[in-house]
Design a protein around this ligand. Sequence first.
Ligand code: MSP
Length: 508
Amino acid sequence: MRNIYITTPIYYVNDNPHIGHAYTSIVCDVLSRYYKMTKNTSVKFLTGTDEHGQKVENAAKINDKKPQEFVDLVSKNFKNLTEILNISNSDFIRTTELRHKKTVKLVWNKLVERKQIYLGKYEGWYSIKDEAFYQEKELIKVDGKFQTQDGTKVEWLKEESYFFKLSNWQNKLLEFYDKNINFIKPSSRRNEVISFVKNGLRDLSVSRTSFNWGIKVPNHSSHVIYVWIDALTNYLSAINYPESFENEDYWRNSIHIIGKDILKFHAIYWPAILMAADLTPPKQIFAHGWWTNEGKKISKSLNNSIDPLRLIDKYGLDQLRYFLLREVTLGQDGDFSEKSFIKRINSDLANNLGNLIQRTLKLLEKHFDNIIPLKISELKNVKILLDTYKLVTTVQPKIENFEYNKALESIFNHIDQLNQFIDNEKPWESIKKNDLSKASETLSTLIECFRVIAVILIPFIPDSAKKILDTLNVDYANINFDKLNIKFCIKKGEKINKVEKLFPRYDE
Ligand code: MSP
């Protein structure tokens, strides 16, 4: 049995869910659904909310709420989004939960025991928005004031603080990256991280005293544990590790999928902290790119955030999932525009896939009373069938390599071929000529191909894929990729269901 652990970042509750959150969660969901459909694999899939820190404390104040009351409210919005997006997570963690606080303290104490933490004084720049410390060389000066390269405000902090001896881990980290070539993906990001680490690491301030909303440092309650140490530890809390080693195997096969903005925390701080606490780093970090809106960076000041709920309401969930996954290479930035969104879903989902299924099944309904006319061994046009089975082995490694858009490209190129097949075979003409045996063959072949295509599409557009499988009367409860072959194919004489419209067309 293979155990796999997939995680999203935990989302800050200072804001309402937007397209960035939806994107990260959907990207993880594809992988989780995919692995669940591979043989002998058990998947744990975690998401949740990051509820401590100065940023959240300030947001609660602005909303005139006590922090706990505020986080309870906003966390619910994220939980709802998870459900609306049809995310198949097995757990949802909140950093205000007891199970999490316990693990954070455990990790902190391990670092203290191993002399990796010391008390000192922090004096330097801090960004509340990023909850991050910056060196002056990382900042730029605008109108006489320092800010981050992204234009985020920073303030000068001077306070007593605990430090983590990050500087001691520079060489160990470089060795670790060297030995674990696939730890950071895509490789361009790996190079970025390595050069950052080679430039030298300073000890990391890991406690704050100027606000309250967080987990207190054990035995020193005027200090709150730095929110990133708190947040990163969620990945361990949810599997009750290292308190219990029962889930160690999941941990060894853990994949953190994150946005590129939080790579430094995951690829540098996190493995260093774990090694310092004598724990194993996760197996892999994959950083995806960012979405812009009609060419512009999404920001509060431009008020141009993209609301996933509005898009789902107007166009449907699988349409949104499909667009986000098909449009860009995972790892690169993408630009969202409603025009390209509509164009993409019309051409691929409504025309290419939906229309093909619709016209095939309508013929079956009208002329064969919805009964599958032939069995596989009676079909002569095996090339298209074999190509369809082969598609499974083409798509699998692409998903495992995070090449989702290439996987979808292969699937939809193949659907093009199926469209050509029906156009060449012209079953409607055979029917007109009363040649029902030829039409039987074309339609039975296509139905078998739809079965395979629908199963491959489950990780990407689960609702629609299941709708197709329901129409075809396929039991997908225990289906996995290894079963996508001739042995589990369509059955002659079986009645399938009436086809419903799958993907509406929208005005372009
Ligand atoms: N709380 C931290 C993560 C802690 S994980 C131990 C955090 N939260 S966040 O809510 O600000 O961001 C969550 C995710 O949304 C990140 O992966 C981030 O990259 C992603 N996105 C935010 N805006 C985005 C876009 N415009 N496009 C794509 N993803 C972006 O960071």
